[in-house]
Ligand binder design. Structure first.
Ligand SMILES: [Cu+2]
Length: 227
C-alpha cells in the first residue's frame, strides 16, 4: 500500500524536525547562558573619565581576566572578577529603576559603589582600588552612554578628607556633596565640569546619573588622586 511509506517517512521527518528544534533551543539557551544580560549589554553607560571601578577592571583586565598576575597587580579587580565577572562585562548596567530620587533613603551605607545591587557587591569592598586619574580642583567628568538616554542631572560627591577607601566602606556620611548639574540632551558622550577645593591625596569620586528616558538611576565610585 502506498499509504505506509509516506506515513513512515513523515514520522521520521517530523522527529528529525523535532530534534533540530530541540538542538536549536539548546544552542540558544547555551548562548544566552554564556552571554548573561545580553540585552542590557546593548544599552546604558558609565563614567569613563575618571573611570568607575567596574569599567576600570573591564578596561584593564577584560581581555585577560584569567591572568593570575591580576591577583597581585590589581587585587580589587581580582576579587571583583572572582565574585561575579558579570559586574565587569556589564559595566554599563549598574542601574536601578524607580528610585524617585530617594537615593540616600534607598541605598544603605556600604552599598553606594554597587548602587545597592547585590550582584555588584564586590565594588563595595575595601582595599587597594587603583586610582585612575590625578585631578586638579577643576576637572571634567565624561559619561559614555551607548543608549543616549540624556540626563535629568548628575550629582557629584567627593569622599571627605580623612576617609580612607582602603580600610573604610563608603557611607553617605563620608561624602561631601559638590554639585548637581542641569539637564543634558540625549547623546552618547556627555561631559561636564566640576569645581572643588581643599582636596589632596586619594579620594572616591561618587557620581549619580539620573537618566532622562525614564526614572532610571545609576551610581558609581571612581578612585582618584587630587594633586
Ligand atoms: Cu539605559
Amino acid at each position: 500500500m502506498r499509504s505506509h511509506k509516506p506515513d513512515l517517512s513523515n514520522g521520521r521527518s517530523r522527529s528529525a524536525i523535532r530534534k533540530t528544534v530541540q538542538a536549536l533551543v539548546l544552542l540558544v539557551a547555551l548562548m544566552v547562558g554564556t552571554l548573561p544580560w545580553t540585552g542590557a549589554a546593548q544599552a546604558h553607560g558609565t563614567i569613563i573619565n575618571p573611570m568607575t571601578r567596574a569599567y576600570q577592571c573591564w578596561k584593564t583586565w577584560g581581555s585577560q581576566h584569567m591572568n593570575p598576575a591580576m591577583q597581585t597587580q590589581d587585587p580589587m579587580c581580582w576579587q571583583a572578577f572572582q565574585a561575579n565577572p558579570d559586574t565587569m562585562w556589564n559595566w554599563m548596567s549598574a542601574l536601578r529603576d524607580g528610585l524617585g530620587g530617594a537615593f540616600q533613603a534607598r541605598t544603605p551605607d556600604g552599598q553606594l559603589c554597587s548602587n545597592g545591587l547585590a550582584r555588584n557587591n564586590s565594588l563595595n569592598q575595601v582595599g587597594a582600588w587603583k586610582t585612575t586619574a590625578t585631578l586638579s580642583r577643576n576637572f571634567t567628568v565624561q559619561l559614555y552612554d551607548q543608549a543616549s538616554h540624556g540626563a535629568d542631572y548628575f550629582r557629584v560627591y567627593v569622599s571627605k578628607n580623612g576617609f580612607n577607601p582602603t580600610t573604610q566602606r563608603l557611607g553617605w556620611g563620608n561624602l561631601d556633596f559638590i554639585t548637581q548639574t542641569g539637564r543634558y540632551a540625549p547623546a552618547q558622550n556627555i561631559s561636564f565640569n566640576v569645581s572643588t577645593s581643599g582636596y589632596t591625596g586619594q579620594h572616591i569620586l561618587f557620581i549619580i546619573w539620573q537618566a532622562s528616558h525614564l526614572d532610571q538611576a545609576y551610581m558609581w565610585c571612581s578612585d582618584v588622586n587630587f594633586a
